[in-house]
Design a protein around this ligand. Structure first.
Ligand SMILES: *[C@@H]1O[C@H](CO)[C@@H](O)[C@H](O)[C@H]1NC(C)=O
Ligand SMILES: *[C@@H]1O[C@H](CO)[C@@H](O)[C@H](O)[C@H]1NC(C)=O
Ligand SMILES: *[C@@H]1O[C@H](CO)[C@@H](O)[C@H](O)[C@H]1NC(C)=O
Ligand SMILES: *[C@@H]1O[C@H](CO)[C@@H](O)[C@H](O)[C@H]1NC(C)=O
Length: 521
């Protein structure tokens, strides 16, 4: 069954009152591996298929609905999109369309203007704009008066973002503002779903679509059992602000057997982030893997491998939450991101073999500029991940690539996915002082009127008891500037100079290493 027929099934099922309250949202991956020129490198003029990791959803905003395509991001918590003439084409691909508030009859612009400000992990990223309340819909799910923002200026971000993390991580909280109900909160308060939970199935690197299911999980999209681990708190606030879990072992399996490469005492917070293209792991582990995969480093320090070394003969095995916890085996091939030349051909080594980027980066060894451990799309494609914000747990199982069947189970507080495996804990220390963000001091209520959304009627879209489908589409990459690999709030960092930009291939990844990250508050 295709995603489309799956969607139809969902709709048909919505007639039955007892059907689970879930929102099914297929996603498309940007198929245009938007090449980034590596102009400064004489030896390897290559570009990277960076957009490989960007997963878009089709959404409409306002009345009548204006189409915007947004990166679905578990690593942030605000929904924003480009406003008219806001996108800095020198630093951004400006993908996904624009929303013009003057064309919406239902918009409420928060006063004073200019209060929205967010930065992500890519240094230089800067999105400044206005909070609004307006209608927002993805597929058949429509919420009215959702607090969002449109950019009046946006740099070093490839596209607008649909953040689906905890409201405690909204940009406003960095300035002492009170969290507002975000999309996931409103889905629950408007009774579209019973529990703030969603499942992501990205499917494999060769596939252009994945799906996100709000309120439930699909037993046909994974093998074995879903095993749950607790979401770990932020060190400084003690609050749950990010999708951080305890990563407790890494192994390598090849035809000649398996071995664990981390020590028995290894544990690290790891952020499961759909908005980050690569995976960023501790330096020592990264270095052993660079050696293991026989990678060479390019000028920017990114690891290049012969693509055929990353075949399916082996896996990297990630264990979470201790020895009883879930293990996700990621085929080597999922880490092979084709490197392409400026004329669109795949880059080769001198001996003619195809060149690929290794979809991994190190965190950096300097403690002051270290980035957090992030398991991004190169890891997530191999996992079926259920993010359960209400029950404070994340469940993982091995994904089934290209699965076409569907069997959706609703998640409720009375029936969480699984009981959590016993306890290795870590704290996320990669948070920073929000004041370092240096942005405008916005403390006002972004909802403007002070009224809260999502607490009243669902404005004519009574979604109670429905199954809903959202379709997504790949956006068309047009520009030649950088794409962001990460979507985390970070400290203010001067924008890299033009030279840096033009060399940046796994652009975000390299650039990220230069930046001080703080994902969390
Ligand atoms: C972000 O961009 C706005 C608009 O150009 C600018 O006023 C502001 O200083 C920038 N902030 C940072 C931290 O770069
Ligand atoms: C949105 O909220 C405002 C008040 O905050 C209200 O005046 C308006 O009618 C609401 N719009 C919809 C479509 O519910
Ligand atoms: C999944 O399907 C794609 C084509 O859509 C194919 O290239 C890929 O090899 C398939 N993956 C697996 C694991 O079968
Ligand atoms: C998303 O929107 C684009 C632009 O209208 C459209 O071409 C595409 O078919 C849509 N994708 C899906 C899956 O509906």
């Amino acid at each position: 069954m295709s995603l489309r027929s799956c969607a139809l099934l969902g709709l048909a099922a919505s007639a039955l009152a007892a059907e689970p309250k879930v929102l099914h949202m297929p996603m498309a991956r940007n198929p245009n591996a938007n090449p980034l020129a590596k102009r400064d490198s004489a030896s390897v003029t290559v570009t990277n298929a960076l957009s490989e990791g960007i997963y878009f959803v089709n959404a409409t905003v306002g009345t009548p609905g204006q189409l915007v395509q947004l990166v679905l991001d578990t690593g942030s918590s605000d929904v924003w999109f480009f406003g008219p003439n806001s996108c800095d084409a020198k630093t951004s691909d400006c993908l996904g369309g624009t929303y013009d508030p003057s064309q919406s009859s239902s918009v409420l612009i928060s006063q004073p203007k200019g209060q929205f400000f967010i930065q992500y992990g890519t240094p230089g990223s800067n999105v400044t704009g206005n909070y609004i309340k307006d209608a927002f819909s993805v597929g058949e799910a429509k919420v009215t008066n959702l607090t969002m923002a449109y950019a009046t200026y946006a740099a070093y971000v490839p596209t607008g973002v649909m953040g689906i993390g905890f409201d405690t991580n909204e940009a406003i909280t960095a300035y002492g503002g009170k969290p507002y109900p975000n999309f996931v909160d409103v889905l629950k308060s408007e009774n579209v779903i019973s529990t703030k939970a969603y499942s992501l199935w990205l499917n494999d690197l060769e596939s252009s679509t994945g799906s996100c299911l709000f309120g439930g999980y699909d037993t046909k999209k994974f093998s074995g059992n879903l095993l749950a681990v607790p979401i770990q708190p932020d060190e400084s606030s003690g609050e749950l602000t990010s999708m951080t879990v305890a990563w407790t072992a890494l192994g390598i399996t090849t035809q000649s057997g398996s071995q664990t490469i981390t020590s028995s005492s290894f544990k690290s917070p790891a952020l499961l982030d759909s908005g980050t293209t690569l995976s960023i792991i501790p330096d020592d582990i990264y270095e052993s893997l660079v050696t293991f995969f026989d990678a060479t480093l390019d000028q920017a320090g990114d690891a290049i491998v012969k693509c055929n070394l990353l075949d399916d003969s082996g896996t990297l095995d990630f264990t979470f939450g201790g020895s009883d916890g879930p293990v996700i085996k990621v085929p080597f091939s999922e880490f092979a991101l084709p490197a392409t030349t400026t004329n669109g051909q795949q880059a080769t080594f001198n001996d003619g073999s195809l060149a690929c980027y290794l979809g991994l980066q190190g965190t950096g060894s300097d403690p002051t500029s270290q980035v957090p451990v992030i398991l991004g799309d190169t890891f997530l494609r191999s996992a079926y991940v259920v993010y359960d914000l209400d029950n404070k747990q994340i469940s993982l199982a091995q994904t089934v690539f290209n699965a076409t069947d569907s069997n959706v189970v609703e998640i409720t507080s009375a029936s969480p996915v699984a009981s959590v495996v016993s306890g290795v804990t870590v704290t996320q220390t990669a948070s920073g002082n929000p004041n370092e963000l240096g942005g405008p001091t916005a403390t006002a209520d972004p909802t403007g009127s002070g009224s809260s959304i999502g607490s009243g009627s669902s404005g004519g879209s009574d979604l109670s008891g429905s199954s809903l489908t959202v379709s997504l589409t790949p956006a068309t990459a047009t520009g030649s500037a950088s794409s962001s690999t990460s979507s985390h709030k970070s400290s203010a960092n001067p924008a890299p100079g033009p030279d840096f930009m033009s060399t940046a291939l796994i652009a975000g990844a390299s650039m990220l290493l230069g930046g001080v990250f703080f994902v969390l508050h």
